[in-house]
Design a protein around this ligand. Structure first.
Ligand SMILES: [Zn+2]
Length: 442
């Protein structure tokens, strides 16, 4: 069926998916500049209240079920279902605050819920660790973190203890209050899961397994929150960004029909237009999609993310030169956004300008080493400009990021042979060879 295939291909191209996997099951990240901007705005005050400002980032896994978890001290993972399902930014902030507390209170190593997901997560941890090492050139770090997260994953099939859940609940509420955010959101999150306690495990959301929820815990949470009641300002700015993130996410993962039927419920006119632009784009109605995104841009001409979406629509409609123009405008407005820089690089590659593309792709990679799409495009740009050693290195790093260590090793060896001994690229290649060998020994 062509519709289904179009959907899968489109999703892969559009939301910039990362495959970080072991054979068991793929965990797929959704990378989108607009949605990540909203998540950053929502999480920043909480992370800073938790003493984790600037060190932790929020990544979104493409999964409709409800879950949130941590596997290391640098990343909080949210299922896209969680982002789509919460009613208010305060609810999502409560989820983030609870996970931040697991990091701040040192609960990370006790975290895995079952064999299946722990194998997936081990792949993700391994991949992120290798990517971090590839970026920093610290191979010891790579082997340590990679093997550590794998061993942890295999050992820990149990969720957090009740004591850890209680402490994370209490700390999470405190972070929210410190940040001036109404902690009532935490109680509302618990209400979503109320009743799932009695369901068969297979019918529960995975959040219930990773965060055992009991009536005692819910009563305790209500007491923590009551202690802070009544002193909080609304967050109209976050109401906007959260509605926009949810609107964009659902426009990509639900059917266009679903989106078009609900676009009118958007908080603002520009969000409605953006959601319709995505829906019409997925229906391959380019003219209407462009009409909608242009109208959204007219309402917010300085909004980098709307220009970014226009670039994406044009690129995926094979309008390469106009895509370059749209992405270039987005880069002007957000010159340090790795995902947007990657978009401009991709569009320039499509117009056969690999040298110009390299400028933006290298900058994108220096800001965010964990985007396999950028690594893939970097590989092409290096190959097209006759830099075979760097092309092999980009390919090796992309495989490492995806947890495909054997493939990574093959390309890293090739890169190491081609690059000048002792150069930065040569060292990165050697790090991957070393990390892959150590992982094989395990
Ligand atoms: Zn928890």
């Amino acid at each position: 069926m062509t519709g289904l295939r179009a959907f899968a291909v489109f999703l892969a191209a559009a939301l910039v998916l990362v495959w970080a996997t072991l054979p068991a099951r793929a965990a797929t990240l959704i990378r989108d500049a607009d949605i990540e901007n909203a998540l950053t705005r929502m999480s920043a005050p909480i992370l800073s209240a938790a003493g984790l400002g600037g060190t932790v980032r929020i990544l979104m896994i493409n999964d409709r079920s409800l879950n949130a978890f941590v596997i290391d001290s640098n990343n909080i993972f949210l299922h896209s279902g969680m982002v789509a399902r919460m009613d208010t930014p305060e609810m999502l902030q409560a989820v983030i605050a609870h996970e931040a507390a697991h990091i701040a209170n040192g609960h990370i190593t006790r975290r895995m819920t079952n064999l299946d997901s722990s194998r997936t997560l081990a792949g993700l941890g391994l991949a992120l660790a290798l990517a971090a090492a590839a970026a920093t050139g610290r191979s010891d770090l790579a082997a340590g973190i990679a093997i550590g997260s794998q061993a942890t994953a295999q050992r820990q099939f149990l969720a957090h203890s009740r004591a850890e859940e209680a402490s994370a609940d209490q700390s999470g509420v405190r972070y929210m209050a410190l940040a001036g955010i109404d902690p009532q959101g935490a109680v509302e999150v618990h209400r979503i899961f109320e009743g799932q306690e009695l369901l068969n495990v297979t019918r529960q959301d995975p959040y219930m397994r990773s965060h055992p929820l009991t009536r005692d815990r819910m009563r305790a949470m209500e007491r923590f929150v009551a202690a802070y009641a009544g002193t909080f300002e609304p967050q109209p700015d976050l109401d906007y960004w959260y509605d926009r993130a949810r609107g964009k996410l659902t426009a990509f993962v639900n059917t266009p029909k679903w989106t078009l039927a609900r676009a009118d419920e958007s908080l603002t006119e520009d969000i409605r237009l953006m959601r319709e632009a995505v829906a019409y784009h997925r229906l391959q109605d380019r003219a209407t999609a462009l009409n909608r995104i242009d109208r959204a841009i007219a309402l917010r001409p300085q909004d980098a993310f709307y220009h970014d979406l226009k670039g994406q629509i044009l690129l995926e409609s094979r309008q390469f030169q106009p895509a370059v123009t749209a992405y270039a405008r987005a880069v002007e407005l957000a010159p340090s956004n790795a995902l947007i820089l990657g978009g401009l690089g991709r569009a320039l590659l499509a117009t056969n300008r690999p040298r110009e593309a390299l400028t933006y792709l290298e900058k994108a990679r220096s800001l965010d080493f964990s985007d396999p799409l950028v690594l893939r495009d970097l590989g092409s740009a290096y190959a097209q400009t006759g830099q075979d050693g760097m092309a092999a290195l980009a390919t090796a790093e992309r495989y490492a990021l995806q947890g495909r260590l054997k493939d990574a090793e093959v390309h890293a060896k090739r890169a190491s042979g081609l690059l000048p001994r002792g150069s930065g690229g040569w060292r990165r290649a050697e790090d991957i060879v070393g990390a892959a060998r150590r992982a094989e020994k395990k």
